[in-house]
Design a protein around this ligand. Structure first.
Ligand SMILES: [Zn+2]
Ligand SMILES: [Zn+2]
Ligand SMILES: [Zn+2]
Length: 235
């Protein structure tokens, strides 16, 4: 309901702003003094617009408004207060002076908010990109992972048990080769449980990702992959 109520003063303020602007444009020569009532109408309508939009942004559940909310809405209220103080502090100087001050405060507020929003969105994007790349956070396992020499692309444990496997993974700490989680025995995961070696990579032909069990981090571009693994993997 706040959302609806905040639109009423907003609509009224915009109407008043239109009336005030029209009157000020009609002043013959900007050197004339602005009348008290129209200056109040001007600053009052802009201040009301700022406050109403701040309230709307506050009650709107939108990720766009969630970025740096206090940093963006605070100055909006400060600008509203500055505008309301203008007639008291500056008085009713020639219209050109007062209108310039009003425009300065308003444009300054808009400029500040655009900057804050732009920087905030850029920060959010780079954070998301870092999360997607999977190398953000506390995973040192993939950072420390070493390419491993794979001599036999087989799961030795499955072979010993007379089982078959679906895919193979290599431990990036010691080079142990084990079968994947889609294979019933999950020997790669079992190796992690036994040794605490967290990082693995696929040795399947055509794929080149690495993964950390502990931190559930995937590096989808494990560039250290020795291409010969893939060849051996097919034999
Ligand atoms: Zn990790
Ligand atoms: Zn196995
Ligand atoms: Zn290992």
């Amino acid at each position: 309901m706040t959302w609806v109520y905040a639109h009423l003063p907003l609509a009224a303020a915009l109407t008043a702003l239109g009336v005030a602007s029209k009157k000020i444009v009609a002043i013959e020569g900007f050197g004339d003094r602005i009348t008290e009532s129209y200056l109040w109408l001007l600053v009052g309508s802009i201040a009301t617009t700022l406050i109403a939009t701040a309230v709307l942004a506050e009650v709107t559940v939108s990720p766009h408004f969630a970025i740096d909310r206090p940093l963006r809405l605070g100055p909006r209220l400060v600008a509203a207060a500055a505008l309301l103080a203008l007639p008291v502090v500056v008085g009713f100087e020639p219209a050109v002076v007062v209108v310039s001050l009003v425009a300065g405060v308003t444009l300054g507020q808009i400029g500040f908010e655009v900057c804050v929003a732009t920087l905030g969105e850029r920060r959010l994007k780079s954070k998301m990109a870092a999360e997607l790349s999977g190398l953000d956070g506390n995973c040192q396992d993939l950072a420390a992972a070493e390419p491993q020499q794979v001599d036999d692309a087989v799961c030795e444990q499955c072979r010993a048990e007379g089982q078959t496997w679906v895919e193979l993974r290599v431990c990036l700490t010691c080079g142990h080769v084990g079968c994947c989680d889609d294979t019933p025995s999950q020997h790669a995961r079992a190796h992690r449980d036994e040794t605490g070696h967290q990082a693995i990579a696929t040795i399947e032909p055509g794929s080149n990702w690495a993964y950390c069990y502990e931190h559930d981090v995937l590096d989808s571009d494990w560039t250290e992959l020795d291409s010969e693994w893939a060849i051996r993997g097919t034999t």
